[in-house]
Design a binder for this molecule. Structure first.
Ligand code: GAP
Length: 497
């Protein structure tokens, strides 16, 4: 089995992720999260909120519906522009994204090509249907939004939202007033987005229903630049890895050395990088920002870098999230279409705020955690950060007799109040360790015969498989210190020697 197949198999067997409607043969582009997957998803969302909402007192979370009326997505440009180029096989009827067919053949991005260019390139490369070898139809633009009839008569049209961002723009005016007109204003939302992807073949990487966590920061550049400049000054020595449009390779560089990007953009670039290294526990080398070329980026994005992670299961660097400077495009569009003033009063007259968008695909982030964490050498184990892992601690009895199960159950119940704990007694102790290693349980606590004598237990660390022996009375305190990284497992081990 390939690395990807091994990980997918674990995800299915153990309760992380699998294809939706499985018992009916599954449906491409839809995935279900099981009991462990849901917990990981929730943990990621919580840490994302903790991190990004704390960047400023005036950053807040809002909740909005998944459906937008037609006019919202017409104003945003999605009705006219949110399409991919599709080609169909004239023999078997399968559909493909034209740019993906070219990318698979040439290894180079073709996302920027329009349908004429894609048609020409497919002919030049002599491509035929990967499923049956048949010839392709002429390429056509395919709008990826799912359209809906609202109400029983169907005269009102709507769409499932293709991004969460628009939900925030249409609420800007209301929140600006509710928050006493304070700027900069950050509005985040976490929710589902829907895209009728033409050929979703990359697991949770390309879904038809997925989740986004997006933060829209509203500001007026000439007025609020200074606020971001001060924040940028504090982190400008931070190193990041960046691949500019004109570079073949990413280079390590201090934020302060990137002279052609504004401080408000660099500040958020640094903060996103920090989220991946500090919160998601990735190493500096595993993460990079890639600048998109004029052809690749959406027409309304003035500056656009994608954050990419080097993924084994997808064969290299893949987009996980993005930092988009969308200028005043969105509020201008909605002001015009809704006929509602979305400008704000300033000393220099009314101004339409600009937006910098921090955009994250939640499912891609979760998959990146699983991909980077999955270790499948001599031993299979899942290296998830302890704040994110669905199971922080498992408690077992060494044997299923002599009061050990009851004692371990008591300990589990007390730990479960403070941590995400798990208890099991079936199978041998070796099998229980292996099962918990596979799903990323960070610490395993074992109750043995010594426990019954001196009220002490062992704690085993998933990474090293080393154990320390600690009094039951200190267990909560020690686990808390380990989880909060106040003390390392190695330090506890040294103290025991
Ligand atoms: N509001 C901006 C926006 O939606 P995007 O680059 O189209 O920008 C943002 O999407 C993020 O959403 C991507 O970086 C990716 O993580 C995630 N995403 C996009 N399409 C996806 C899909 N079909 N399946 C899973 N995640 C997707």
């Amino acid at each position: 089995m390939t690395e990807k197949e091994e990980l997918e198999s674990m995800c299915k067997r153990r309760g992380y992720i699998w294809q939706s409607s499985e018992i009916y043969g599954g449906e491409a582009g839809f995935y279900d999260y099981g009991h462990l997957g849901s917990q990981l998803l929730d943990n990621w969302k919580r840490e994302w909120k903790n991190y990004f909402l704390s960047l400023d007192d005036n950053y807040h979370l809002i909740q909005t519906p998944n459906i937008h009326p037609y006019r919202v997505l017409d104003a945003s440009g999605h009705v006219d522009h949110f399409s991919d180029v599709m080609v169909r096989c004239e023999q078997c009827g399968s559909s493909f994204r034209g740019d993906h067919l070219i990318e698979e053949e040439t290894g180079e991005s073709a996302e920027w090509m329009d349908k004429e260019e894609i048609g020409g390139k497919i002919k030049e490369l002599g491509l035929s249907c990967p499923d049956c070898g048949g010839p392709f139809s002429d390429p056509e633009d395919f709008n990826m939004m799912f359209g809906l009839d609202l109400g029983p008569t169907g005269e009102k049209k709507g769409f499932l939202r293709p991004e969460t961002a628009q939900s925030v723009y249409i609420n800007f005016r209301r929140e600006f007033r509710a928050l006493r007109k304070k700027m900069p204003l950050g509005l985040a939302t976490i929710g589902s987005a829907f895209r009728n992807e033409i050929s979703p073949r990359q697991g949770v990487f390309r879904m038809r229903e997925f989740r986004q966590a997006e933060m829209q920061i509203f500001f007026v550049p000439e007025i609020h630049e200074e606020i971001f400049e001060e924040r940028y000054e504090m982190i400008k020595d931070t190193k990041v890895k960046v691949k500019r449009v004109d570079q073949d390779e990413a280079v390590e560089i201090k934020l302060g050395e990137i002279e052609d990007l504004p401080p408000f953009y660099l500040y958020h670039l640094g903060k996103m990088y920090e989220f991946y290294t500090k919160v998601m526990g990735l190493s500096f080398e595993e993460v990079r920002f890639r600048e998109l070329s004029e052809d690749e980026k959406a027409f309304y994005n003035k500056i656009h870098f994608d954050l990419e992670i080097d993924l084994d299961t997808l064969g290299g660097w893949e987009e996980i999230s993005g930092l988009h400077y969308r200028s005043d495009y969105d509020l201008k569009q909605h002001q015009e279409e809704s006929n509602t003033k979305l400008s704000i009063p300033t000393e220099e007259g009314r101004k339409i705020p600009h937006v910098i968008e921090l955009s994250f695909g939640v499912d891609r982030n979760v998959w990146a955690l699983l991909d980077r964490g999955f270790k499948n050498g001599d031993r299979t184990w899942l290296d998830l950060p302890v704040k994110l892992t669905p199971r922080q601690v498992a408690v077992f009895p060494l044997v299923r007799k002599d009061g050990l199960p009851e004692k371990s159950r008591d300990i589990y119940e007390s730990l479960n109040r403070d941590f995400r704990a798990h208890w099991e007694k079936s199978g041998s102790i070796g099998k229980r360790y292996a099962r918990n290693d596979e799903v990323g349980t960070r610490y395993c606590v074992t109750v043995d015969y010594d426990t019954m004598e001196d009220d002490s237990v062992t704690i085993r660390d998933i990474e090293t498989t080393e154990q320390i022996r600690v009094p039951v009375n200190d267990l909560t305190m020690i686990l808390r210190r380990l989880i909060e990284r106040e003390k390392s497992f190695e330090q506890y081990m040294e103290e025991q020697d």
